[in-house]
Design a protein around this ligand. Structure first.
Ligand code: NAD
Length: 336
């Protein structure tokens, strides 16, 4: 399988490394606009020695290398990745993207979804949005757990995670390092957004269960630190914001059927907060899943984007979500 990665940031680099190290995939091209990477050998940048593929800031890479699939890890938003997806598809390449809004764009971006679906079908390829969340913990995993229930009445899930490994962009969109007043102003201006993906996760669960969601309420609150916290990219003094406590509730009529909680902060352990992923399903049977500590976000996103490659290549053409495709599984450990 010939693969191009578009975006050589924290996630793209990990995916590229997985592809190089796999026995059945070949990394044939890497696109990134960061001058730090352009012209350099991908293997050298990954500390693997010379690999013979250089990072280029040119979309021509796709036409020249004719890949089976392009992994896009450049942005969170449909508006940014749509032109990239379009270019890859028009060159007959399947696409996996980790853009959060692409995990389930059908409700949030109906026109763009229709266009991507018809384009993919015309070119005989598949487009998938995935990632740890959205893409797995607060949607795919929940849907899979409902498979052992006859009836489901209500779902409550929490992902309590540590933001410390992430870069500057994530700190800014989560409001880490601001004062509570700056946090409120950022929310109003739209520069602080918290988690990107609640509407997508909710819509994916609702479609799987045939629920007609009538209202979604989201709430973003600052997590104000009582202690000094610090990462390589941000410093938080007592009284400042260490993260965003973002939650969403989805209703069918007056009944709240889905509650998702995603408090994200740097160094939660400094105030005794343990990370974890928790899913409660209430119905004919009650399920209570607890994963402690959290599934690590960066590593898991890199893994699931890699693991979905063969599944996407062999899927029916069109725009798909995780719930449309076979159960994800680890592929790099295949021995036969
Ligand atoms: P990053 O900022 O480290 O890397 C992004 C890379 O893309 C950078 O190297 C940048 O130069 C490159 N880039 C951006 N636009 C480009 C363009 N038009 N052409 C060429 N290169 C371009 O970010 P990351 O941590 O690797 O994450 C990538 C995206 O995936 C982010 O938007 C992030 O929010 C999202 N993400 C989603 C999930 C999920 O669970 N769905 C998980 C992790 C990250």
């Amino acid at each position: 399988m010939r693969i191009v990665t578009w975006g050589f940031g924290a996630m793209g680099r990990g995916i590229a490394k997985n592809i190089i190290e796999s026995k059945f995939m070949k990394l044939v091209g890497v696109i990134d606009k960061n001058p730090e990477f352009i012209g350099k050998d991908v293997g050298e940048l990954l500390g693997l020695g010379n690999y013979g593929v250089r990072v280029r800031d040119s979309i021509d890479v796709i036409e020249e290398t004719n890949p089976d699939l392009v992994v896009i890890a450049t942005s969170s938003f449909v508006k940014d990745v749509l032109p990239q997806i379009e270019y890859a598809v028009k060159n007959h390449a399947n696409v996996i993207t980790i853009a959060e809004e692409m995990a389930f764009p059908f409700d949030s971006h109906p026109e763009e979804s229709l266009y991507m679906d018809s384009l993919a079908k015309r070119y005989g390829v598949t487009i998938l949005g995935t990632g740890v969340n959205p893409g797995f913990v607060l949607d795919t995993l929940i849907i899979a757990l409902t498979g052992v229930c006859t009836r489901v009445g209500r779902i409550v899930a929490k992902r309590i995670n540590d933001l410390s490994p992430f870069g500057k962009t994530v700190m800014e969109t989560q409001g880490v390092g601001t004062t509570p007043q700056q946090f409120e102003e950022g929310l109003k201006k739209g520069t602080i957004v918290g988690h990107i993906g609640f509407p997508q996760s909710i819509a994916m669960i609702a479609r799987a269960l045939g629920w007609n969601i009538t209202k979604i309420e989201e709430e973003r609150k600052p997590i104000v630190s009582n202690v000094h916290r610090e990462t390589p990219v941000v410093k938080v003094e007592p009284g400042m914001v260490a993260g965003c406590n973002h939650s969403a509730k989805a209703y069918v009529g007056d009944k709240c059927v889905i509650e998702l909680y995603h408090p994200q902060q740097i160094h939660p352990h400094l105030e005794g907060v343990e990370t974890g992923d928790y899913i409660e399903i209430y119905g004919d049977i009650n399920i209570n899943l607890s994963i402690k500590p959290e599934i690590p976000g960066g590593k898991a996103t890199i893994a699931i984007a890699t693991n979905m490659i063969p599944i996407v290549i062999s899927a029916q053409p069109g725009l798909k979500c995780m719930a449309d495709l076979p159960v994800p599984r680890s592929i790099l450990s295949f021995t036969r």
